[in-house]
Every structure is written in structure tokens, then in C-alpha cells.
Design a binder for this molecule. Structure first.
Ligand code: ADP
Length: 461
């Protein structure tokens, strides 16, 4: 989850908890206050009714009943008066609200008792009279208006709390976004920095807040990276020349010696072995330097229109010249008529190196030294597959073969340094293409290279 959302949720969570606790407190205190008010009103009504009902005749009681059931009474009000023996002396309406003998006894015992009756009915029992003669007056009713008020309050609180939660979430998101905006700007700028514009630096703003400190740290890191990059570039440029020159000199001198002393066989054998080792070293240094060049700076790669089929022909010719035993089978059956479809933007030399590596790998890792190459193309890409019936590559090694110096079969019988595929993968990546391998041990391997035409056209612009 992104930090913005985390902050917003934390903020909304805290505000929501406060809102819910406050709403609950308001609701509970209002409900309690309503209950107390209503019991007080019931208590007063009980005393009034008792004072009227106890000292009057039966006829007057009928009148009192009428008064009790008119507008002055509470909602569904029932007044019942009992003497000490539990006998009912007065009842204003004939309904049964489960007033039990036990409840009457409680009134005489505690003087004033509150009852919660079935449904929404609430009641109060009061003892009225003197020491010698007293009555229990039990009055019950519904607090219709009070309940309505509480119901309205409940709805207002629920709606208010939900609205509050929503607003706090939106506000949290808004403020988190504002607070993190400078961070996103830093991330955007850092993402745009590559080996081509390592000299660029981030804006450090006021230099005091955390974002400024982060930018300064990035700037220091970029400065160190730039320095290392410049050193590496200088090394590649100079080493390329300094490595090859002495090796070439040594090779030519050996050639001359071989021509001058054609007969001395032992001496000849040593010279030939020396020549082979120097060639090997020269090959290794070329590959290393090619890899370093391709890895250091992609801006050095000069792209132009390149015919993939022609580069492939050149690579095959070069391989077959260096290793005459290699057998390369080409399949151009699905080739289009228009040469435009075979043209991409790329660096011919690098592409040829990549193809040579794949061809020589296919041949050297198969027992009969043969490889099958096919070239197909679609409107947007050119696809080349290099298929051999060789030793194959175990599934567990598939990821590693593109790492420099990694070799699955490191025995000396098959020559190599483990650099070919690393270089090939880098070259294909520089061209915006992809390389994929499918292989089965003992059956063979297929390397598929896809070079996109559209992506390369953009590069030219
Ligand atoms: P190398 O100089 O050893 O050929 P690469 O980088 O070209 O170095 O290849 C790395 C390793 O990947 C090879 O040593 C080999 O074990 C494995 N590999 C590459 N291509 C093939 C292939 N066509 N068949 C079997 N194994 C291969």
C-alpha cells in the first residue's frame, strides 16, 4: 500500500474513533436523561392521581377516569391503585400490562420503584398515604416524544459520524498527497536520471526539511556515481587500445618466426601453442572490452538502418571462416518480399557480434557442429531463432547463463570464457529487443531473438 493511503487511513481511523466515542457518549447521556425525565414525570403524575383518587367517591372516580384518559394524560397512560392487601382500588383503563402482586409489594417495601415493562412501556410505583392507611400507585405509559427525539438523535449521529469519517478520509488523502508531493517530484527526477544525464542534480529547496536532506543525499550519491562512471569510461577507452596492441605485436612476431624456422619441429610446436594462447587471450580481451563498452554507455551506440538478413549472412560467413567444421542451415522460407520489413535501426557491428556468439555456441555445444537458423518477420518485429541439437541447458541454469563468466560445462574441451551470452543479451537490450531460450538436456536448445522495428524507428527520431 502506498504511504499516501496509509497516512490517510491512519488519520481517518483516529478521527473516526474520536467521532464514534463522542457520538456514543452523546447518545447514551441523552437516552439516560430522557429516561430520568420520563420517570420524574410519571412520579409526579402518580402523586397527583393518588391525591385525587384516594379521598373521593366512586362517581368522582369515574370522572377522574375520564380526566385521566384525556389530553392531559401521558401516551397510553395507565394508573392503578392498590391497597395493602393487594386489591385494586382504582384503574383508569382496562388493559393488562402484567402488573404483578410482587411489584405491588415492592412499592410498599421501597416507597418508590421504577419498572421497565413489556415493549416500550415504563412505569413508576409510589406509596401514598400515612402510617395507618396507604396505597400503592402504579403508573405506566410510553414516552412517545422522548423516544422520537432519541430516534432522531440516533439518525443524526449515525449520518454525522459517517459523513465525518468520509470527510476525514478525503482530508487525510488530500493532506498526505500535499505532504508527499515533493517526495514524488524527487522520485520522478531520480527516475529520469540515467547514464546519459548523470551530471544532473536534484533541486534541494530550502535545504532544511527532510525532503531537502533526501535530495542532498541523492545529489552526493549521483556525484560519486558520475565520478566512477567517468573513470570506467576512461578505462574502457584506453584499455581497449593498450590491451590489443601488445597482443597483436606478439602474434605478428610469432608468425614471422614460424616463417623463418619452418623445420625445427619442437620449436614450431611451441610457437604454435603460444600463438593459440595469445589468440585466446586476444579473443577474451576483445569480448571483455566489447561487453564493457556496451554496458557503460548506450549513448555511444550509433544506430542506422540495418538489414537483419545481411548482418546474419555476414555473421555466418565469419563463423564458417573461423571454424570451417561448423554447419549452418538457413531457413528463409517465410521471408517477405519487401526489404523494408527486414530493416531495423541498430548498430551493425554489435548485432553481428551477438549473432556470431549465438551461432558459434549452437555449433560448439552440438555433437555434429550444426545449427539451424530461421528468420521470420511481422509488421512490427524481426524474429531470428537459433536451434541446435546439442547438449542442452538444465532448467536450473537457464537464468545464470546470461551472467558474465558463467559456464554450465566448464571443462576445457569446449573453449569459451562465459562472456558471449552476457554480451549478446546486452546488445539485444540496447536495441530494445528480447532474447529468450528454451532448452532440454540431451535434446538441444533454441535461442529466439526478437528485434522490434517500431521501437527502433522511434530511436532514430
Ligand atoms: P561460452 O564462451 O562458454 O560459450 P557464453 O556466454 O556464450 O559463454 O555461454 C555461457 C554458457 O551457456 C556456456 O558455457 C554453456 O554452458 C551455455 N550455453 C550457451 N549456449 C548454449 C547452447 N547452444 N547449448 C548448450 N549450452 C549453451
Amino acid at each position: 500500500m502506498v504511504i499516501r493511503w496509509k497516512l490517510a487511513l491512519w488519520f481517518a481511523g483516529i478521527v473516526s474513533t474520536i467521532l464514534i466515542v463522542f457520538s456514543l457518549m452523546i447518545y447514551l447521556s441523552s437516552a439516560n436523561s430522557r429516561r430520568n425525565d420520563f420517570y420524574n414525570r410519571l412520579h409526579e403524575r402518580a402523586l397527583i392521581t393518588a391525591s385525587l383518587a384516594t379521598d373521593i367517591t366512586d362517581d368522582d372516580r369515574n370522572l377522574l377516569r375520564k380526566i385521566d384518559t384525556t389530553a392531559v394524560s401521558l401516551e397510553h397512560e395507565q394508573v392503578m391503585i392498590f391497597d395493602r392487601s393487594g386489591k385494586m382500588a382504582y384503574n383508569n383503563i382496562a388493559v393488562n400490562r402484567n402488573i404483578t402482586r410482587k411489584m405491588v409489594q415492592e412499592v410498599f417495601k421501597y416507597k418508590t420503584v421504577r419498572f421497565k415493562l413489556a415493549g416500550l412501556y415504563e412505569g413508576v410505583g409510589v406509596e401514598y398515604g400515612n402510617k395507618d392507611y396507604s396505597y400503592a400507585v402504579i403508573i405506566s405509559a410510553i414516552d412517545k416524544h422522548g423516544y422520537k427525539r432519541i430516534h432522531n438523535l440516533r439518525i443524526s449521529l449515525v449520518v454525522g459520524t459517517l459523513l465525518g469519517i468520509l470527510i476525514s478520509l478525503l482530508a487525510g488523502l488530500f493532506f498526505a498527497r500535499r505532504a508527499l508531493q515533493p517526495m514524488s517530484t524527487v522520485v520522478g527526477r531520480v527516475n529520469n536520471i540515467s547514464e546519459k544525464n548523470l551530471h544532473e542534480r536534484l533541486d534541494i529547496g530550502n535545504g532544511r526539511d527532510e525532503i531537502s536532506q533526501l535530495s542532498s543525499t541523492f545529489n552526493r550519491m549521483l556525484a560519486r556515481l558520475e565520478e566512477a562512471f567517468i573513470m570506467q569510461k576512461a578505462f574502457v577507452a584506453h584499455a581497449s587500445h593498450d590491451f590489443r596492441t601488445p597482443l597483436t605485436v606478439m602474434l605478428s612476431e610469432i608468425e614471422v618466426m614460424l616463417l623463418q624456422y619452418p623445420d625445427s619441429s619442437e620449436f614450431n610446436r611451441m610457437l604454435l601453442s603460444l600463438k593459440e594462447e595469445i589468440l585466446n587471450l586476444s579473443n577474451l580481451s576483445s569480448k571483455l572490452l566489447d561487453l564493457a563498452k556496451a554496458s557503460v554507455d548506450s549513448s555511444n551506440v550509433r544506430t542506422s538502418k540495418v538489414r537483419v538478413d545481411e548482418v546474419l549472412f555476414t555473421a555466418i560467413a565469419e563463423c564458417c571462416k573461423a571454424y570451417p567444421s561448423y554447419k549452418v542451415h538457413l531457413d528463409f522460407c517465410e521471408l517477405p518480399c519487401e526489404e523494408q520489413q527486414l530493416t531495423i535501426f541498430g548498430e551493425e557491428q554489435l548485432l553481428k557480434t551477438a549473432f556470431v556468439n549465438l551461432i558459434s555456441n549452437g555449433c560448439k555445444f552440438s555433437s555434429d557442429g550444426s545449427i539451424h537458423i530461421s528468420l521470420t518477420c511481422s509488421a512490427s518485429a524481426v524474429k531470428i531463432t537459433f536451434e541446435d541439437k546439442g547438449v542442452g541447458i538444465p532448467a536450473s541454469e537457464m537464468e545464470k547463463i546470461f551472467q558474465p563468466f558463467y559456464r554450465v560445462y566448464s571443462d576445457k574441451k569446449i573453449p569459451g570464457h562465459g562472456l558471449g551470452l552476457a554480451l549478446t543479451a546486452r546488445v539485444i537490450e540496447l536495441h530494445g529487443g528480447s532474447i529468450d531460450v528454451k532448452s532440454e538436456v540431451g535434446i538441444g536448445s533454441t535461442f529466439t531473438v526478437v528485434l522490434g522495428r517500431a521501437a527502433n524507428e522511434v530511436q532514430e527520431g
